[in-house]
Design a protein around this ligand. Structure first.
Ligand SMILES: C[S@@+](CC[C@H](N)C(=O)[O-])C[C@H]1O[C@@H](n2cnc3c(N)ncnc32)[C@H](O)[C@@H]1O
Length: 489
């Protein structure tokens, strides 16, 4: 069987699997060497795979008008008429079909179909956050989201809703596996991998550019704010360039690089308030948070230390100071210390102007956290709350950070949090990273990560005017609350 004939069969099957019960990928896949993502693509310009077709058909309950539209839109001429059969993809088959496609090399983060979406976005176009519990007023949701929730999602049977969550979990798992695989290859220069998901895969040498390309293709390598495609110095993606660049404060609303990348913006104000409160929430009763458990909270804790990494516009630091002032008046015998680490000279100059160096019990450490944290560790200072929000760093840097701060968080009543912009320019990637962070923290450090899901109501159509790149495009913000896992005691 030629590849063309095989692919034609594959797509007919994806449109209507129950009409082709005998179709087996494995029968001919090996013969035609079907292992890479290109082999699944209907048309390379449209980048739409059999899995996109399968998912979209399932979600649309067998109504295939979208597929006709898709063919016309992309001016596709196919060798054979596709049968527009009125047969639905069944709830109990879809997971097995997707698993099979993944086992034959389907790549998890491809965008395709009419709307150029990832598989995850076909299932939950606005991410998992809007279908799970969140804080905030539903009325503020965008009309498009409301209409999807109320007119589309609400109409699905409960069995179908369950299946959609199962599909989404599978897709997220595939994303996490790809990230973990990429990371371990980078770390250990592994040459061969055996028995991944039941197959024997020989990857060859990681230095082989072909292998590296394949793995990188599957990895997201997210940054807190991603770099625009430009020939200018890459300030958002490269720390050295960033630290040597000039920054500009635009009133009290923005901090920008000369490339107009946003280092910090005022729309994050609400998130900074939530973050500042959460740093004290395991030691004191803060509004909107459950009371700290008196069994595990160290009530004799008289020295309260909070650390913020990355000053930016000082929004979170201002809220931390407000909290300290309030708590100091309630607990006059306790000592409160506020540490700040900041690396950029222009930001340090701004801090100077605003008197941060003169404030009582505020300790500013000038330099990168990579160089400053050790001195705190050496002085045996333990923290009730640590917050991380830098710029031009990657998730790799956060993994490095975990190694150090694990020894600095108070065991009983300490908490770590960060501005969660990981993968936040795509709802599906944001959901994958949400789970990956949880897994990383628990597996390696025994830390428990839960999230407060809060609606983002401070971004509007003008927010990104004049900014080179929108770095947050999700309706729900996942605020991480990371503590030692006392449940395992
Ligand atoms: C997004 S801003 C922080 C905003 C802050 N949360 C606020 O409320 O205004 C990021 C800050 O981290 C600083 N930064 C970037 N890399 C750093 C590093 N490695 N160590 C310390 N500070 C860093 C930047 O210069 C910038 O001031």
């Amino acid at each position: 069987m030629t590849k063309e004939v095989y692919l034609n069969e594959l797509h007919r099957w994806a449109l209507s699997p129950s009409s082709f019960p005998d179709f087996k990928i494995s029968q001919h896949a090996d013969e035609i060497n079907l292992t890479l993502e290109e082999d699944f693509v209907v048309d390379t310009t449209a980048n739409t795979t059999a899995a996109h077709i399968l998912l979209k058909t399932y979600i649309n309950d067998g109504d295939l008008s979208w597929f006709k539209e898709f063919l016309t839109f992309h001016d596709l001429s196919l060798s054979e008429e596709y049968p527009f059969l009125d047969t639905k993809v069944k709830n109990n088959q879809i997971i097995a079909h997707l698993e099979m496609l993944f086992n034959y090399g389907l790549i998890w983060n491809l965008k395709g179909c009419l709307e150029n979406k990832t598989f995850g976005e076909l299932v939950f176009p606005f991410g998992e956050g809007v279908v799970k519990k969140y804080q905030g007023n539903e009325d503020i949701l965008d009309e498009k989201i409301k209409s999807w929730k109320n007119d589309t999602f609400a109409e699905f049977s409960s069995e179908k809703k369950h299946t959609l969550f199962d599909i989404y979990s599978l897709l997220k798992r595939k994303g996490m596996m790809a990230e973990l695989l990429f990371r371990s290859l980078e770390e250990s220069n592994v040459d061969f991998i055996d028995d991944l998901e039941g197959q024997d895969i020989v990857l060859g040498d990681i230095d082989d550019p072909e292998v590296l390309k394949l793995i990188q293709h599957e990895s997201m390598d997210v940054e807190q704010s991603e770099a625009p495609q430009s020939k200018q110095r890459d300030m958002a993606g490269n720390q050295q360039d960033y630290l040597q660049s000039r920054l500009q404060y635009v009133g009290d609303t923005q901090l920008l690089t000369s490339n107009k990348d946003a280092v910090m913006m005022q729309w994050e104000n609400k998130i900074m308030k939530l973050s500042a409160d959460s740093l004290f929430s395991k030691t004191f009763h803060m509004d909107g948070f459950p009371a700290p458990n008196s069994d595990i909270c160290d009530v004799d804790d008289d020295i309260i230390n909070v650390l913020n990494i990355g000053f930016g516009m000082g929004i979170i630091d201002t809220y931390i100071q407000e909290n300290i002032a309030l708590l100091r008046s309630k607990y006059p015998n306790k000592q409160f210390h506020h540490y700040i680490i900041e690396a950029h000279p222009d930001v340090l100059e701004q801090m100077e102007k605003k008197n941060w160096f003169q404030m009582k019990h505020v300790h500013v450490l000038k330099g990168r956290w990579q160089d400053q944290l050790m001195s705190l560790l050496d002085q045996n200072i333990f923290f009730n709350g640590i917050y991380y929000d830098t710029f031009s760093e990657h998730y790799k840097d956060m993994l490095e950070l975990y190694d150090t701060i694990i020894g600095m968080i108070k065991y009983e009543n300490g908490i770590f949090s960060f501005f969660n912009g990981l993968g936040s320019d795509c709802v599906f990637f944001y959901d994958v990273y949400k789970d990956l962070v949880k897994l990383d923290l628990l597996e390696k450090y025994g830390l428990k990560c839960s999230y407060i899901n809060t609606l983002v109501d401070t971004i509007d159509e003008n927010t990104w005017d004049g900014i080179s790149k929108n770095y947050f495009d999700c309706p729900v913000f996942y605020h991480p609350m990371i503590t030692f896992n006392h449940e395992i005691e």
